[in-house]
Design a protein around this ligand. Sequence first.
Ligand code: 5GP
Ligand code: MN
Length: 338
Amino acid sequence: MTTSEINQIQALLSTPKQIIIVPHKNPDGDAMGSTLALYHYLKGFNHDALVMAPNDYPDFLKWLPGDETVLKYESETERCEILLQKADLIFTLDFNALHRVGDMGDKIGTSEAIKIMIDHHQQPDNYAKFMFSDVRMSSTCEMVYRFIEMLAHENRVTADIATCLYTGIMTDTGSFRFASTTSKTHYIIGKLMEHGAKNAEIHNAIYDTNSYARLQLLGCALKNLKVIPELRTAYITLSQDELNQFDFKKGDTEGFVNYGLSLNNIIFAAIFIEHKKENIIKISLRSKGDFSVNEFSRQYFEGGGHTNAAGGKSDLSLDETIEKFISILPSHKNELTS
Ligand code: 5GP
Ligand code: MN
């Protein structure tokens, strides 16, 4: 962001405003952490702020400070649409295109509110007046900290803000292990701890609150894991029947795809999850090194994301989707094995 843009945002925020903060659909730790952190920050300056999520999110995020204030567009559509119309400012966090919030995207597009994007996904659309978009960032939470820094308000980071930001940086960096983690990321994590983020408690709340059924579902996913060693690829499938058998709840399959990538010599991992109700196969893709799952997903599975982590979908059946996936792979042999 330029100094002029920062000055303009500073001017906008110098008097109380009605502000809506929006994460992407099916929000993850970074999306909820960043939106709730910004909410607490703006509340600290007496803005009438609120987080409006397109739909619900997993229980393991529901302890985040401020969670009880979050509105969900899917279940309170009418009220949310009125609020979107009336808003002075809309912050869109952790997504790069309005279709990533589903039906709510049109309402954001037509609202007269000034839009501010804070995001680290590739190829952002041009719908926001102010764009803080940087694909080198580990997480949107890291960017919100930097945004607060640019506004010279590090001293206004409360324990609630610190807790939310720590959570999203932790989840989006795989607990500080992905290549996107920089010395600045660690510097910010240190600052967040100084401001009151309790690291052990946060790790516990996110990663050590599994249900027995979820671990059984993981067992099922690992049994279904297939490896194509000559293409350094591994993939997992989960059918709707399998999800039902293990009492699937939103968020239960989070992180499963990474098990494929933990295999020696594997650099490309995928998970295909059948969602009968929506009649789609949800796909998560992960890679190590230069192989871009963002490009792969854009080209074949109507999705996108980052170089090493992307999502997509397929309208084919689960078996047909796997067939398609396997038939595509050989054309990428050079990238996968070089
Ligand atoms: P996940 O596999 O965890 O759902 O998503 C991995 C990354 O890709 C996340 O950063 C997510 O925001 C992004 N992503 C997931 N699905 C899509 C999609 O359909 N389109 C785009 N552009 N990004 C996606
Ligand atoms: Mn993110």
